[in-house]
Design a protein around this ligand. Structure first.
Ligand SMILES: C[S@@+](CC[C@H](N)C(=O)[O-])C[C@H]1O[C@@H](n2cnc3c(N)ncnc32)[C@H](O)[C@@H]1O
Length: 290
């Protein structure tokens, strides 16, 4: 079992109950006063619009969490959705919720790694992925698999947390540490330590610059690739997660341990610090070439 699999099996229930809610992803805030639930649904709706779905479309939901978006698309967009994930815990919950909603005929959930998904070629009209691809280290394998299972002209819509800044701004951040009296080597180690904390808190293997998403998609035969930077619209999410974690600190500590709670606070602080300059959030759409 790899790090992302273990992580999601461990955190899914705690995140859904106490930190994020049933949508295990950022929210898109149209108004600062929006609730987290309103904003997370708004992000799902935004991606739904970008995916340009029609009733009856076969949709692959890559990294389906506990099935919230898949069930939403099956119900509201009248699609047939296959959700894949490497977390058995998440899939079990998604299946239970599909049965409860009477949607098992239109939404199914399969244990599969998105970088080698074993699904039949050209069997989907759309690939949809909400905040899961940062957990997949081999972006080339991921986009090749997405292209393989899409029908010609099929559409990909994904959103995710990633690196958004320029090399210059990254150098600038290192320089700020240096000006505080640290050596360049110490500054680099501090940055690596911040990434490591983020990995423990959120389970990701490595943050990737969105340019690498674009390159991997191009190399896999995607065309009409568009990137929308929504870093600022999703930013209030970090504060909501922090406040939720504080409110439910006791429950989270009991479920995941005190170290986890500290890692979560530290990761949220580090992400807030560089948000929009280093880390950020993109929505990406593309079409599989005919
Ligand atoms: C942040 S959660 C997002 C879940 C869901 N899309 C949502 O927005 O509520 C990331 C999801 O990606 C899944 N995941 C991680 N690595 C994966 C991989 N290699 N292949 C498929 N799913 C993966 C996790 O198990 C989890 O369900």
């Amino acid at each position: 079992m790899n790090r992302a699999e273990r992580h999601y099996d461990e955190v899914t229930h705690a995140w859904a109950q106490w930190v994020m809610g049933e949508d295990l992803h950022f929210g898109l805030f149209h108004e600062p006063s929006d609730s987290l639930a309103t904003a997370t649904l708004a992000l799902t709706q935004h991606l739904r619009e970008k995916a340009e779905l029609s009733p009856g479309d076969e949709v692959l939901d890559v990294g389906c969490g506990i099935g919230t978006a898949a069930l939403y698309l099956a119900r509201e967009a009248e699609c047939r959705v296959t959700g894949i994930s490497t977390s058995r815990v998440g899939l079990g919950e998604a299946e239970r919720r599909a049965r409860e909603a009477g949607l098992e005929g239109r939404a199914r959930f399969v244990l599969a790694d998105a970088m080698d998904n074993r699904l039949p070629a050209e069997s989907f009209d759309r690939v949809f992925s909400l905040e899961s691809t940062h957990l997949m280290p081999d972006k080339q394998a991921l986009f090749s698999e997405c292209a393989r299972v899409l029908r010609p002209n099929g559409r990909l819509a994904l959103c995710d947390v990633c690196l958004v800044g320029s090399m210059e701004s990254e150098q600038g951040a290192l320089m700020r540490y240096v000006l505080l009296g640290h050596s360049a080597a110490e500054a680099a180690r501090m940055r690596e330590a911040a990434f490591e904390t983020m990995h423990r808190a959120f389970g990701s293997t490595k943050m990737t610059h969105y340019r690498q998403y674009v390159e991997a998609a191009e190399d896999s035969g995607f065309v009409d690739i568009e990137i929308e930077d929504v870093s600022r619209q999703v930013e209030p999410t970090l504060e909501h997660w922090g406040l939720n974690a504080k409110e439910h600190a006791e429950e989270i500590e009991a479920a995941l341990g005190p170290e986890y709670l500290q890692d979560l606070y530290s990761a949220l602080r580090d992400m807030s610090f560089g948000w929009g300059r280093f880390g950020g959030y993109i929505v990406m759409t593309a079409r599989r070439a005919p």
